[in-house]
Design a protein around this ligand. Sequence first.
Ligand code: PRX
Length: 648
Amino acid sequence: MTETTADHRDSYPPIAEFAAQANADATLYQRAATDRDAFWAEQAGRLHWHRPFDQVLDWTAAPVARWFVGGRLNVAYNCLDRHVLAGYGEQVAIHWEGEPGDSRTITYTELLAEVSRAANYFTRLGLTAGDRVAIYLPMIPEAIVAMLACARLGLTHSVVFAGFSPIALRQRVDDAQARLVITADGQWRRGKPAPLKTAVDEALSDGETTVEHVLVVQRTGIDAPMTAGRDLWWHETVANAAPEHEAQPFDAEHPLFILYTSGTTGKPKGILHTSGGYLTQTSYTHHYVFDHKPGQDVFWCTADIGWVTGHSYIVYGPLANRATQIVYEGTPNYPDEHRHFQIIEKYGVTIYYTAPTLIRTFMKWGSDIPAAHNLTSLRLLGSVGEPINPEAWRWYRQVIGANKTPIVDTWWQTETGAIMISPLPGVTAAKPGAAMTPLPGISAAVVDEEGKPVSLGETEANGYLVLDQPWPSMLRGIWGDMDRYRSTYWERYAAQGWYFAGDGAKLDKDGDLWVLGRVDDVMNVSGHRISTAEVESALVGHHYVAEAAVVGASDDTTGQGIVAFVILTAEAEDTGKDLIAELQSEVSREISPIAKPREIHIVPELPKTRSGKIMRRLLRDIAEGRELGDTSTLVDPGVFEAIRARKG
Ligand code: PRX
């Protein structure tokens, strides 16, 4: 990544004009600190409860929290019905832009009708509360409709990013034991339809599955063979169902969704989120961190609904807050690099939330592109997914934000469900590259191995980020594996009862927090979490690979790039094939193109400790072209010369 000096004195205080109209004010911190439970009860009051809760937090079964105990609500009712009942049915919920240039405008009344149809049809299929539904769809309105219809019925959805391979889909469908898969015939990819339904067929082709039906949205018109009795067209079923449906309330702790994310081992973890606490915190953060004003703002979160950012800041947070938002199907450079800026201009987007990797890509494309558009509607910018380098932060504010918009650098995770650490626009200062401070009601610390707080300003004394108090939208477990939940997040600081986030962090002299990136074997490529073990296992699955080690090396655009070192089997010699390309596509096939290694180096040996562990830290040094760190525990330091020689 391009290094620029990150100076804690480089601070952007709130602009008076923005502060004067901001949703947040400084008393929030104070009120939250004085009475945390009362503060969260007040935030839960943002929602409609069919039955009020009796208790804010029950932490007696830690680390499994129960928030808003005894409360009953319907998540979809909160996102739709109550806005329509309050007279806002004609407000636009979604301005949808299709990749080929088609578009749809969907009001709250229309979205409610579509969700009701889907809920009626899902009921007719025999699905009942607690059943799991896998959603494998591109960024089309039906994806949001499907999620909300599940929420309405108490079905637990598991959205699988449509870029994932059939193998990855099958793994997730099996783990969640989904009864229904919702997909599309195909998806638009740079002007061409790419098949999607056939990926589902491939995923379900081998052996017994729990899947009873595959519901298919017609999006591209590409050929999609249907299996009689199992497969159903959305337009022949859901579209004909009745548009009225009465929402029933569910317990605040009813499972809302499972979302799979990479951990340190090969098997993805099904992160479980529930209803009341999750919706409270996504609504709360969307309101204050984005300073969102319903009926006035046009909000655009550029994430895909396959990731948690899409769940929390396209679906649940914004719709609970009656937002008008943009949903865009395609990539930022189709048909050309102007696409995002055209959309901002066309709809008068006021709040834009994206990832550092895209900001760095915009920088590469050049300032002329955004300069060709009227972006004056923008009043707030957000960043998420990885640390933002100060240079990109300044460019973002200057070129996209005309030197006036606050930037919120928001730190959170699939596991946290909602934003945890971020500046509060109009209230706190922001520094390029720093996530700054935990939000009101959230508590975090930066500690050393023993759990002692690191000292302020000692740049050498980087520590680990921990969350030392439960929060409403925290994960409630790993689906089907509570032991893994405990060991992954709660074992490291078991004595203190803290959540270990897996990120390194530091505090500057002012006490502001800087997130430095993962400290485990998880890589962050363009804001996507990929585990080294996952990629290694895909590589070793190839019969020419005897052993593989994968590291994330810093990359100017994507934050990290995947670099693999492989030892080949004897049969691999003299195949005459382009082995590197073959191995790269093997990883794409097994996992997803997002996991494809940037570089693969064939090496004679891998550096290992005396106990046989691969020394990834040293491989990262090699991948990034650095002088080698401590090699004292290495079996044979000569290995490096050999690897270096091969890497060239
Ligand atoms: O390393 C942190 C990084 O992304 C990880 C979480 O990834 P995921 O669960 O996929 O969720 C991404 C979107 C919420 C974190 O452990 N990360 C996320 N946001 C930031 C960040 N690192 C630094 N600064 C951020 N703002």
